[in-house]
Design a binder for this molecule. Structure first.
Ligand code: PLP
Length: 439
């Protein structure tokens, strides 16, 4: 498997090399030159029997990693990384929720972070320089990556999060572990955090001293494991209906949606994709026919989706050979305000006795709009990207009750926090990481 850079200048690399470098040297994102066809029975799902998430994960991974790891190593990696379940829950006819929050930090990002961390521990390149994983986070990535990489030998993680713009629990998940996990509290927005990380990757001087990589969804190793649960959801749906699903994806940087598109290219039949966003809506606007125009992000109650310049957009265009019309035909977009989000949380609770977090609520809103606009009878699968207990301040007033907090989360609440405040100025950031990591 060879991967190319979407900027077209850097040389092709293996999946493992792409994972280790994160961003390509020319600043582009790595994408597979062609997506391999999965040998799963999409034509005859009954014959699949009870195909598990782990079995699917192994089959997909072998297609991408067999030039670098043995089958045994790949299987061990999956057994170790993909330990959580991803159940498909039926809310009503043709409306399903895919719960992706059963991992250790209660967000779908656990899939990508755990896979990446174990990939790095299976294979460490010959370089003797310490590996520093830089991560810009609007909330959930930081916790998932910190948890996935905690105590991993020879790897340091440096998290950048926007001050005051993440929930208490999200902050605690990043700042209470310590050891090889360093948290920087940036005076600015998520876009500032992302800009600092991107600038660090293109800084030759810095890269001469430190070996930097990324665990944001610019890293292709984050995306691949996200395709596993799309495929697993597809097979779970077949217990309810023979129709092909519409996947509704609450989106920020559009890594999750890109992973779904990759699964489709590998052979999974999909009726349509729906991109659901909060008021940070550059992609829905583009899907409606406007130019793609990145801008500063706006703060909302679905903060993990507060992204003004979605980094995976270039991957989506690459998957479609830059054919904007084809993209607009197959992917529909909707955006929603905080008020609509809150009323959806209340409505879902009243109607189905189901508690949903604000990101998933945006997906449910989009699923409703899609049904009105396009297809009354298509089975829609909404990806539930986080557990409601991560957003207590938002959710509890709407349901007028308590959300029970899973134990693995309540443990983090008791621990002491440790983070470093920093401006969003690049030279200051660079000085701090050189001081911290250049030993
Ligand atoms: C990260 C995140 C998203 C957005 O996912 P992308 O892959 O960046 O589009 C949505 N919901 C939650 C809860 C998240 O943590």
């Amino acid at each position: 498997m060879r991967l190319y850079s979407t900027n077209g200048i850097s040389d092709g690399v293996t999946f493992l090399e792409a994972a280790e470098s994160g961003l390509a040297p020319d600043g582009g994102l790595y994408m597979p030159e062609s997506l391999p066809a999965l040998s799963l029975p999409f034509n005859d799902p009954e014959s699949a029997g009870n195909l598990t998430l782990q079995e699917i994960s192994k089959q997909v991974s072998r297609l991408f990693l067999s030039d670098s790891l043995s089958t045994k190593e790949i299987d061990e990696l999956i057994d170790d990384a993909i330990t959580m379940k991803a159940p498909l829950l039926k809310l009503k006819d043709n409306l399903f929720v895919l719960e992706l929050f059963h991992g250790p930090t209660l967000a779908f990002k656990d899939f990508g972070a755990r896979f990446m961390a174990r990939l790095f521990s299976k294979h460490r390149s010959v370089s003797t320089k310490k590996l520093i994983i830089l991560v810009a986070t609007s909330g959930d990535t930081g916790g998932a990556v910190a948890n996935g990489f905690y105590n991993l030998d020879g790897v340091n993680v440096c998290l950048l999060f926007p001050k005051g713009k993440v929930s208490d629990i999200q902050r605690k998940q990043m700042t209470t572990l310590g050891n090889n996990i360093t948290a920087l509290e940036i005076e600015g927005t998520f876009d500032d955090c992302q800009r600092l990380v991107k600038q660090a990757f293109s800084d030759d001087n810095l890269n001469g001293t430190l070996r930097l990589s990324s665990a944001n969804s610019i890293n292709v190793a984050r995306l691949l494991p996200q395709s596993f649960y799309f495929i697993h959801a597809w097979f779970q749906l077949k217990k309810f209906t023979h129709k092909n699903p519409v996947f509704v994806v609450p989106s920020g940087n559009f890594g999750n949606l890109t992973a779904g598109l990759m699964a489709e290219k590998m052979g999974m039949p999909v009726s349509a994709f729906v991109a659901a966003t909060n008021r940070n809506k550059v992609v829905p606007e583009y899907l409606e026919g406007a130019e793609f125009s990145p801008r500063t992000s706006i703060q909302t109650i679905s903060n993990a989706m507060d992204v003004g310049n979605p980094s995976n957009f270039s991957r989506i265009r690459a998957l479609y050979n830059e054919d904007d019309e084809a993209i607009r035909h197959h992917i529909k977009g909707y955006s929603f305000t905080d008020d609509s989000t809150l009323s959806m949380i209340r409505k879902v609770y009243e109607k189905y006795n189901y508690i949903t977090d604000p990101h998933t609520a945006i997906g449910l809103l989009a699923a409703e709009e899609y049904r009105k606009d396009y297809d009354k009878n298509a089975p829609r699968i909404v990806l539930s990207t986080a557990h409601p207990s991560k957003f207590l301040d938002v959710v509890e007033p709407e349901i007028n009750g308590k959300v029970s907090i899973p134990k693995r989360l309540s443990n983090a609440i008791l621990e002491d926090e440790m983070s470093f405040p920093l401006s969003s100025c690049y030279s200051e950031f660079k000085r701090v990481i050189l001081n911290a990591f250049d030993t």
